[in-house]
Design a protein around this ligand. Sequence first.
Ligand code: 4AD
Length: 445
Amino acid sequence: MLQAAAKTLSLSRGASFSIRRYSVKTPTKLRVSEAVSGAQLGGNVKVQGWVRSVRPQKANLFLHVNDGSSLQSLQVVASSELNDPLLTLGSAVEVTGTLRKSPHQKQPVELEADQIHVIGVCNPVDFPFKIKERHSLEYIRQFPHLRCRTNAFSSLLRIRSEATTAVHSYFKENGFVQIHTPVITSNDCEGAGELFQVEPSGPENEEGEKFFSVPAFLTVSGQLHLEVMSGAFSKVYTFGPTFRAENSQSRRHLAEFYMVEAEVSFTQSLEDLTKNTVEAMLKKRFPVITYSEAIDILNHSSQKFSFPTNWGCDLQTEHEKYLVKHCGNVPVFVTDYPYDLKPFYARDNQDHPRHTAAAVDLLVPGVGELCGGSLREERLDLLRARLEEAGLEDTYSWYLDLRRFGSAPHGGFGLGFERFLQCILGVDNIKDVIAFPRFSRSCHL
Ligand code: 4AD
């Protein structure tokens, strides 16, 4: 804010005139988060951001401005003289004024504006979001390049960012070493054939050789790379993008999603894994049922299922939903799946009456499978036999080496980060908890 002070100077020629000397008190530049915190009440400040709402009234103009630093927007109150037709939803502005205690309970602080400068106009006719409309997440999803401008989506992204930090903090505080597992890999960890192959877009080299000499894919899971590391670090984790060429448009599948994966050495039992790793991370205790008990529950239900429920069949979404409901609508661990349903790395439960693997899924209300994990087969002879049976012994000779050199019982899990966000935020569609969703027939931007 400018504060003028007049001063009269006498010039040597005798002429006398006055100049206004401005003592400029530069306003403090604040982010919206700092402004709404109330720490600078009475201060002369400058805030930059985008207009999230405009309410012109007779004497005053009310704006909400946000710069993405806070879930809460800053209310700006200005005399209606400062109203400008360019002040529309979405425009970029710079507001200078004084922070005051707000008379309204909705917000502790408001900015009484002296100046509002429109930095970037936003044509309200073409802008897809309108000031008085409550747009659904489905509607705003049609504008992947603009939807971060809405209150709803920007809030979701801020929470996602906080949750990302919380995941890293949890692992750091609990002694895990973070490993950057590769995005491009030559293995198919899950063996489900849902791979995206990676090749250069240009022509092959003159000899017609492949870029990597071997087929290469986008990773479906960092697990096997974590297992490599768990031969030297007893607690490791990774948190990065994973890719599945699942031809699904469902509200819980993406072609690119983020997975939190952990691997713990010297883990002896599934209970150890679920209690000390998954439950500790989610800070909750959950009921546990075995797969065989789950099948019994399904077979005693009066509900008619579309998919079979005999022992040995994979649990489908309808089954998962029923089981969660049956257990009181709370997350539930299902353990000890049929051996043949699980990938080669899952540990054989040799002492069980039926042939099962020490694998576990966490099913949660509204989302289904949130987490999948297992003890890994650490016994060389059993692992080799299984790989041989699948014709994978050569491909995974390096994996067998891990069992030949200082093998220890170990286990781990993977948690779908978007499904986790869906779950804690109650968001129906997975495409609304990730900035740029990729799914079959859709790869915008
Ligand atoms: O159960 P999954 O396939 O487990 C693995 O990939 C293990 N290798 C992980 C490990 O043990 N380190 O996937 C783990 C989780 C699922 O429970 C689910 O939450 C999520 O990843 N997930 C998906 N999320 C979104 N879109 C998809 N297409 C997903 N597929 C799996």
